[in-house]
Ligand binder design. Structure first.
Ligand SMILES: *Cc1c(COP(=O)(O)O)cnc(C)c1O
Length: 480
C-alpha cells in the first residue's frame, strides 16, 4: 500500500496516475456535446450504493473506469455553452494546473511553517485585490472557502466593532435581493430573529438609498444599533449593483460597518471597460470576492478583504501548538491569525497561475464578453412576444418568463415555466435556473461562458417555449 503514498520513490506512479485521470477528463470534455445527460437521482443512486467501499479495486485505472459510470458520464458540465443556470463558470487551464500543483504539494496556509512561499503568494494576491478595490494602505484580508464564509466573517467583525449593550439590539441592513448568507450569518452570530432589516429595491433591483436612510433613522429612534449595512455588488439573481457611494455615505453617517458583497460582481475588478460600475466600493470596511464566480477559477477560490487590517484581530486566537503569541512579535506571517478556518487549502495558487499566464485584462475581458452577451440576450428577450424579461442586466444574468396569450390563469403560467425548466433539465440539452419575482415563477440565465453565443440563447429560448407550449396544450385540454 505504500506505493500509493506520494513521495520520492513514487514520482513515476504519481505522474502516470494523474495523467490517466487527466486523460479521462480530457476525453470527456472533447466528446461531451450537452451540459447534462438528464440522469435522475433514482437512476444513478443504485450504482453508487452498490459500490462496496470495503473492497478496494487496488488500481487507479480500475477506479477511474468505475468513476466513469458513477460520475463523469452524468456530471453537470459547466464548460458547455448551454449550461446557463447557476453562478458556475467554465474554468481556465492555468488555474486547473494550479489546482493539481496545490493538492499534490498540499501546503496548509494556516501557518508559515506549513506553507512558506504559499503564504507570501496568498498575501500578494490579497494586496493585489485590495489595491484593485482601492481599500487603502492599511488593507488586508485572507482567502476563504467562499462568499458565504466571507460574509460571515464580515458580520463577525462588524458585530465586534459595534458597541451594543445586548446582541438583540443590533441591526443589519441589506436589500431584499441580497444573498441568504447574510441572514444565515446573523443567526450564527447569535443576533435576534429581527436582526436583518430588508431594504426595498428600485425598478432595477438596486437597494433604494432613500429607504435605507428611513430604516436607519427608524432604527436609531427606537434605540436600536445599526451594526452593518451590507450592499450587494452583483445580486445573485439580477446582477444588480446597489448604489455604493450613497450607501457608503449613509453607513458612515450612522456609524455602521459597510460590507460590500461582491461575490459575483468582483469580476469587474479586472474588467478593462466596466470597472466604473463598482465605483464607491473603495469606501467599504470589508468586501467579499468570489474568484470562483467571475474570475473563471475552480471552486473554491474566494477572499475576504478589510480596509483596516487591525479589525481582523477579532478572528485571532492563539494556540501554543500552532501560532503561539510570540510569533506575532517575531513577525512570522501566520494567516490563521486572520481566518475562520485552521487547516486551509492554498487556493490562491490558482488565481496566481491565472494572472501569471493570462493577466488581469485577459480574465477581465472574458467577464466583459459574458456581460455583452447578456446585453444581447436582453434585446432578444425584450423583442420576443413569448417572453417577459425583468430588468436590463448590469452583469450577466437574465431573469425572464414564458408568457402565453392573455387570459391564462397565473398559476398555470407559473406551472408552465416550472415545467419547462424541469423538462429542459431532464432532456439535458440545456440547463437554466429558476427563481421567483413577486411570488411568480421565473427562469434565469446566468451567463458566465464566453463560448455561449446569441445562437445558443435563441435555441434554448425555443426549447423552453416548446416545453411550455406542450404543457399548456395538455393542461388546457384537460381543463376543458
Ligand atoms: C454566490 C454568492 C454568495 C455565496 O458565495 P459562495 O461562494 O457560494 O459561498 C454570496 N453572495 C452573493 C451575492 C452570491 O452571489
Amino acid at each position: 500500500m505504500r506505493s500509493h503514498l506520494l513521495n520520492d520513490t513514487t514520482a513515476e506512479h504519481y505522474r502516470r496516475s494523474v495523467a490517466d485521470g487527466v486523460g479521462r477528463v480530457a476525453a470527456k470534455l472533447a466528446a461531451t456535446r450537452q451540459p447534462f445527460t438528464g440522469v435522475t437521482p433514482d437512476a444513478l443512486a443504485p450504482a453508487v450504493d452498490a459500490v462496496d467501499l470495503d473492497r478496494p479495486l487496488g488500481d487507479t485505472g480500475a477506479a477511474l473506469d468505475e468513476l466513469e459510470e458513477l460520475y463523469l458520464r452524468d456530471a453537470v458540465y459547466f464548460h458547455s455553452p448551454r449550461y446557463l443556470a447557476h453562478l458556475n463558470c467554465p474554468v481556465v487551464i492555468p488555474a486547473v494546473v494550479g489546482e493539481a500543483v496545490l493538492s499534490a504539494v498540499n501546503s496548509s496556509l494556516d501557518t508559515w511553517d506549513q506553507s512558506a512561499g504559499g503564504t507570501l503568494i496568498e498575501r500578494r494576491l490579497i494586496d493585489w485585490t485590495a489595491e484593485r478595490i482601492g481599500l487603502g494602505p492599511a488593507a488586508d484580508g485572507v482567502f476563504t472557502s467562499g462568499g458565504t464564509q466571507s460574509n460571515l466573517q464580515a458580520l463577525l467583525l462588524a458585530r465586534q466593532e459595534a458597541s451594543a449593550p445586548e446582541l438583540s439590539r443590533l441591526r443589519i441592513f441589506t436589500s431584499e435581493c441580497s444573498h441568504f448568507s447574510v441572514q444565515k450569518s446573523a443567526t450564527l452570530l447569535g443576533l435576534g430573529p429581527d436582526a436583518v432589516v430588508s431594504v426595498p429595491t428600485d425598478g432595477h433591483k438596486r437597494m433604494q438609498a432613500v429607504a435605507l436612510e428611513a430604516e436607519l433613522m427608524g432604527c436609531v429612534s427606537e434605540g436600536l444599533v445599526p451594526m452593518a449595512v451590507v450592499a450587494t455588488a452583483g445580486t445573485t439573481d439580477f446582477g444588480s449593483i446597489d448604489p455604493l457611494p450613497e450607501i457608503a455615505a449613509l453607513a458612515a453617517q450612522y456609524g455602521a460597518w459597510m460590507h460590500v458583497d461582491a461575490a459575483y460582481g468582483c469580476g469587474l475588478l479586472a474588467s478593462p471597460t466596466r470597472r466604473h460600475l463598482l465605483d464607491g466600493i473603495e469606501r467599504a470596511d470589508s468586501v467579499t470576492v468570489d474568484y470562483h464566480k467571475s474570475f473563471f477559477q475552480p471552486v473554491s477560490s474566494s477572499a475576504f478583504l478589510v480596509r483596516d487590517a487591525a479589525t481582523l484581530r477579532h478572528a485571532t486566537y492563539h494556540a501554543d501548538y500552532l501560532n503561539p503569541r510570540r510569533t506575532v512579535a517575531e513577525r512570522i506571517p501566520n494567516q490563521v491569525d486572520k481566518s475562520l478556518q485552521t487547516t486551509r487549502r492554498f487556493d490562491a495558487l490558482k488565481l496566481w497561475m491565472t494572472l501569471r499566464v493570462m493577466g488581469a485584462d485577459g480574465v477581465g475581458r472574458l467577464f466583459d464578453e459574458v456581460c455583452e452577451l447578456a446585453a444581447a440576450g436582453w434585446e432578444l428577450l425584450d423583442a420576443d412576444p413569448r417572453y417577459e424579461v425583468v430588468v436590463r442586466p448590469s452583469l450577466s444574468t437574465l431573469v425572464y418568463r414564458y408568457v402565453p396569450e392573455a387570459g391564462t390563469r397565473p398559476e398555470l403560467v407559473d406551472q408552465a415555466n416550472l415545467h419547462a425548466r424541469k423538462a429542459l433539465f431532464a432532456s439535458g440539452e440545456a440547463v437554466v435556473a429558476g427563481t421567483t419575482v413577486g411570488g411568480r415563477q421565473y427562469l434565469k440565465f446566468t451567463l458566465l461562458n464566453p463560448e455561449t453565443t446569441v445562437g445558443d440563447i435563441t435555441a434554448v429560448l425555443d426549447l423552453i417555449a416548446g416545453h411550455a407550449e406542450q404543457f399548456l396544450g395538455e393542461n388546457l385540454v384537460h381543463a376543458s
